[in-house]
Write a protein that binds this ligand. Sequence first.
Ligand code: 13P
Length: 256
Amino acid sequence: MILRKKLIAGNWKMNKTPTDGVALVAELVTAIGKQTDVDVLVCPPFTGLESAGKALEGSTLKLGAQNMHFEANGAFTGEVSAPMLRALFATHVILGHSERRALFGEQDAFINKKVLAALKNQLRPILCVGETLAEREGGIALKVVQTQLEAGLEGVGKDQASTVIVAYEPVWAIGTGKVATTDQAQEVHAFIRGLLVKLYGDSIAQKVRILYGGSMKPANAPELLSQKDIDGGLIGGAALEARSFVDLVKAAAAVK
Ligand code: 13P
């Protein structure tokens, strides 16, 4: 029995107009819109969610957002809420991405509120964790990941924990072409799995998918994805073109 189906998620970041996004989704639907071996998710910017959602209708592709506010509505200029995302048929939301943390000052307690709000609204959170280069070189990578994970999951009960997805994204590997070695990545993924065991027990921890993110490409994906605790990828640059994203999905499907 496959305990954890692989998940390949495309984080488009601040790229693609709605028209460009629809064109990309159309190519993806043609190439991989029927396969069920791997879960596939696209996360356009807010402005592209509705049109991308329509373009992937009837396929096996899923729709996610890149961020949200934890309140349902109110005076929060520029923000978007979980019920608004649900109304566009999003099923997932990326939370606590390192770019949100570094460039927009998001901190663990704030991210935790979003995780809880996502779960309350039947959105699956993809909680991002990961250390900077200075933190890795300072020997505190695991400690940083532990703090981010435990704080991000504060108040998430056993009944909901298996719907959470964790993404380990070493900040120094994002958009730099510097991928973590498979050993470096697997070490942190196994560490995260161990923390989940402590928090939720073994059977729930074995169900949680832990994605790797940071310069994942078709060339390095097979080795990363064959690691015991790497259950998929959160893809930036290589998600912006159909060919590389499709190849990543195929690489995930080929892992036994
Ligand atoms: P890259 O794949 O461009 O390194 O981005 C990774 C990422 O940040 C996905 O969320």
